[in-house]
Structures are given as C-alpha cells and as structure tokens.
Design a protein around this ligand. Sequence first.
Ligand code: SF4
Length: 169
Amino acid sequence: MIKQFVGQEFCLKCQGCCRFSKINSVWSPCLLDVESQELLDKKGIPAVSISADRRIQPIPIPEAEGFVCPLLDRLDNKCKIYSLHPFECQLYPFLINLRKDKVLLTVDLNCPYAASKIDSQEAKDYIIYLSNFLNSPEQLEMLKDNPQIIQAYEEVREVAELNLPHETK
Ligand code: SF4
C-alpha cells in the first residue's frame, strides 16, 4: 500500500472523491491488469462493470446529478474494497500524467486537503517519498506493463517527473 497523504479522518468528511460528473470521466478509477482480474475473480465483493480500457464504470446517483463509483458505500463514505484498494485510488490526490512526451507526477488541487497543504513541508516530504517510490525499478516496471493508468488529466499541478523509459510513453 502507498503511504497516504490525506488522513482518513479528513477523507471521510469530504464528499469529493469517488464521484464524477460524467459516466466516461478520466477521473473514474483505471485499474492495473492484475486489479481488474482480481475484481472479476474475487468472491464476496460487489460485481462491477469494467470497461475494455480497465476503467470501473461509474453508476448514476439516483437522487442527484452525476455518477459514483459502484464500490463506494455512500452511507459511511467508505470504499467497499479497501483491502483491494486500487493503485490509482491509493495514489489520489496525486496522479500519473502524460503531458507531451513526459510522464509526470501531478496533484489535483480540487482535493481540499491537497489545496491547503501543497506548499507545506509535509507535502514536499511526501512528494519526495512518492517520487522515490514510483521511480523504483519495481514500480517503473509496473507502470510500463500498465500504460492505461498513464492518463492525460487536465488542470493538475506538476510536482515531479518520473523516469519512465521513452518507449513506454
Ligand atoms: S474503488 Fe473505492 S476508493 Fe476507488 S473510486 Fe471506487 S469507491 Fe472510491
């Protein structure tokens, strides 16, 4: 598991994550190949629809506009599969971003915690931790094998560049 930047107490009070304005949003969680297989195979977890590009398909929110991840328990605002928490969800509010010919580590400042802390020493230390983690040979290999999670998010702030070999971009 990736060490978390945003504490659980803060996350549980926020209604931002796991909700999307569009059904085919770039923000809906994109899975690693192994996670996709795990979700399809594992017994005892809610059935979800996964698109060909490995994205969990959000479902409409019945009483409001927009969509929600089918794995969010909206009563307590918790993920129903926390023990299988997808890599992208662990990473958020940080994102792996393709911009021009670079693979970047970026942050989404729509996360209120990230917005309030991004210039703090805490954030600087965390970005060093996360960059080192993602630049480890094991994680770079994982990213190389799962190019679907290197996406083009807009309006995010660049915080570091990852050392992915050119041919994986
Ligand atoms: S898998 Fe869990 S953490 Fe990820 S978007 Fe769905 S409910 Fe949220």
